[in-house]
Design a protein around this ligand. Structure first.
Ligand SMILES: Cc1cc2nc3c(=O)[nH]c(=O)nc-3n(C[C@H](O)[C@H](O)[C@H](O)COP(=O)(O)OP(=O)(O)OC[C@H]3O[C@@H](n4cnc5c(N)ncnc54)[C@H](O)[C@@H]3O)c2cc1C
Length: 420
């Protein structure tokens, strides 16, 4: 049997980041992935929005720290990739706020203040200057288009926006994962693609290695589940039943942008209609902010509908409420990907009750941005001598964060702002 220090199941943005950090820490790692190369799973469908707008200080601080590394991506990787490097475009971003709902954002603003992320209020005039053809009617709560009240102004206005400059998006999420893979590989990390982990090997109450789909066995004292939407399957192999994750299907609609230069205006979070939007060249990309009116589209990660459905139509029509000039094309364009959703939409970066078995899962549609830090988080979790108190120093944010925020044992948190 071949032997490694750590086997990482998955080479998405999460598994590849973990590989890089652990190889830098001197460990001999192996990533195993069913797909042909890094980032071909749910990572490749990511809207790749980078924003520190979270309602918890730890989440905000980690996202802001990760943003500093996206800004210096080449230095962070410290290696070339024959495919080129992904690029982070810092466009800034706007969160629309309807009159009377300001208090809903108090925790987010407090987190930004605590971490030291600059933000400012935009007036209606500022919003109209930035988006000349925007409609500032309020339509909340978000509704489905079959609802008779869909598109009816509720008598209020979008009276403000929150502008955050330190936001943007990465142009190619799959390439970003490939960059991390390349960096880890350069530093000695091993990768096996086109190979599925079929089972975990355990004996005497601890994990010993993995069994591959070709029958081969590979041993390691540490196994990390970074299998994205397949996380539940891997937990089942490990016999772990107290950590809940679920694959949810999500569509992202692409339409021609309602104004030229939309890409330069930054992303727009619009909880009033239940979507987020960002420019992508001449297109606008429209994702869901998971409003309460939309039932979760729970999926089997091995067999789900990869075609665009009425989800696409709901999102396109919601975007058209905000931008009435938006032309809704007859042929749907867009992508369909899976979120790996935890109970409270906060990821789980933790050890488990099975000695040697760790998880980096439940990324809930919002952890692409944190990829440059996730590797370090898992390295701290694995190498700590005091599992009760695992701290991570964030040099750019100049603070220490307590990683129990991501514990499997936490009380489910109230997350008011899971939006890409
Ligand atoms: C539509 C969409 C939009 C999003 N938008 C944003 C955004 O704007 N901003 C943001 O920060 N985040 C966003 N996200 C979330 C972000 O993309 C994910 O959190 C992140 O990509 C998850 O990465 P991962 O490595 O955990 O999963 P994956 O990329 O899915 O990687 C898991 C890998 O595990 C492999 N695997 C699974 N089972 C096995 C097995 N048995 N054996 C071997 N390999 C296995 C798979 O092949 C896969 O490659 C979005 C996600 C989606 C789907």
């Amino acid at each position: 049997m071949k032997t490694f220090d750590v086997i990482i199941i998955g080479a998405g943005i999460v598994g590849s980041s973990i590989a890089l950090s652990l190889t830098r820490a001197g460990l001999k790692t192996l990533n195993v992935d069913t797909l042909p190369t890094a980032g071909y799973g749910s990572t490749s469908y990511s809207s790749a929005i980078i924003r520190p707008f979270y309602s918890h200080v730890t989440a905000c601080a980690i996202a802001h720290e990760a943003r500093a590394r996206w800004l210096q991506w080449s230095d962070f990787l410290a290696c070339a990739d024959p495919l080129g490097l992904a690029r982070y475009h810092e466009t800034g971003g706007v969160v629309l706020v309807a009159e009377g709902t300001e208090k809903n954002y108090a925790a987010n603003l407090a987190a930004l203040d605590s971490v030291g992320v600059e933000h400012r209020w935009l007036s209606e005039t500022d919003l109209l200057h930035r988006y000349p053809n925007i409609c500032l009617d309020s339509f909340a709560p978000p509704r489905r288009i079959e609802d008779d009240e869909f598109g009816q102004n509720n008598g209020r206005r979008i009276s403000k926006g929150i502008w955050i400059a330190a936001c943007g998006h990465v142009n190619d999420p799959q390439l970003a994962a490939h960059n991390l893979y390349q960096a880890a590989h350069t530093e000695g990390g091993s990768f096996r693609f086109n190979t599925r982990v079929a089972d975990l090997i355990q004996s005497q109450g601890t994990v010993r290695g993995v069994k591959l789909d070709n029958g081969e066995k590979i041993s390691a004292p540490i196994i990390i589940n970074a299998a994205g939407p397949h996380s539940k399957q891997i937990n089942q192999m490990a016999g772990i039943t107290d950590i809940e994750t679920q694959a949810h299907r999500h569509e992202v609609a692409y339409l021609k942008a309602p104004v030229s230069g939309f890409s330069q205006q930054g992303f727009l979070v619009d909880l009033d209609t239940g979507i987020y939007q960002r420019g992508d060249g001449t297109d606008v990309l429209i994702g869901s902010a998971d409003p309460l009116c939309d039932p979760a589209d729970v999926a089997n990660p091995d067999n789900y509908n990869t075609g665009l459905t009425e989800q696409w139509t709901q999102q396109a029509y919601r975007a058209a409420l905000r931008f009435p000039d938006l032309e809704i094309e007859n042929s749907a364009r867009g992508t369909v990907g899976l979120y790996d959703v935890s109970q409270d939409w906060i990821p789980i970066y933790d050890r488990t009750d099975l000695p040697g078995y760790f998880v980096a899962i439940g990324t809930s549609g919002n952890q692409f941005k944190n990829a440059p830090v996730i590797g370090e988080i898992m390295t701290r979790v694995i190498t700590t001598t005091d599992p009760e108190r695992v701290l991570l120093t964030l040099p750019n944010a100049q603070r220490e964060v307590d990683l129990s925020f991501y514990s499997r044992l936490r009380e489910p948190q109230n997350t008011s702002s899971v939006l890409a």
